[in-house]
Design a protein around this ligand. Structure first.
Ligand code: HEC
Length: 176
């Protein structure tokens, strides 16, 4: 009994976010992602970054943004709430974006030490890439197909680190 109650408590939040995430990715057949990016980070799409957007902002956009009016008819209030909850979970995490292209620039982004953050990596090349995440203390490799985007959550370290792929680097800087 106790165990079940505890399990529910633990899983309540991720499940709710998963419902919102699923709506975010699939609603209308194309999802919000088509215009706001796979992780609501905008990613250069028409809709822009909507991480942490409020229900008021969402409702206002559904009524006034011509490209979103089709979705206004399909989305019932409960679904709107679930999507906003998912957007809030993304908004709570500082966003680190890395676009891996043909150039060999070194890019840099600022971290907030010890914060749960989200790294969103876009593979702008025509070959699959693998990002070794061990500098972030994650024992995992992020595999990204050509032109796809993948994300990973991590606790920002208290010191600067650097990620490398195919001779390209992303420096994650912490003010020391
Ligand atoms: C067909 C493209 C398209 C789709 C699909 C779409 N949006 Fe939008 N959205 C836009 C555009 C364009 C804007 C206006 C952006 C601007 O003015 O900078 C916008 C604006 C918004 C805003 C207001 C942002 C602000 O700064 O106030 C929110 C919130 C939003 N969209 C949420 C969503 C959500 C959630 C979904 C999925 C249910 C969605 N949108 C689907 C194109 C789209």
């Amino acid at each position: 009994m106790l165990l079940t109650a505890y399990a529910n408590l633990v899983y309540a939040e991720p499940n709710e976010n998963a419902l919102g995430e699923n709506l975010y990715l699939t609603i209308g057949g194309y999802g919000c992602a088509a215009c706001h990016g796979k992780y609501a980070n905008g990613a250069g799409n028409v809709g822009g970054n909507i991480r942490g957007a409020s229900l008021e902002q969402f409702n206002h956009a559904l009524e006034n943004e011509p490209t979103m009016q089709l979705l206004s008819d399909v989305l019932v209030p409960e679904q709107r709430g679930l999507i906003v909850q998912y957007l809030a979970s993304l908004g709570a995490m500082p966003l680190v974006e890395w676009s891996i292209g043909e150039d060999t620039d070194i890019k840099a982004q600022q971290l907030i030490p010890k914060q749960l953050s989200q790294l969103v990596v876009k593979n702008d090349t025509l070959v699959a890439i693998a990002v070794d995440l061990s500098p972030l203390a994650i024992n995992q490799t992020l595999h990204i197909e050509p032109l796809d985007t993948q994300a990973v959550q991590f606790i920002a370290p208290a010191f600067s680190v650097s990620l490398q792929v195919n001779g390209q680097a992303l420096q994650l800087l912490v003010n020391e």
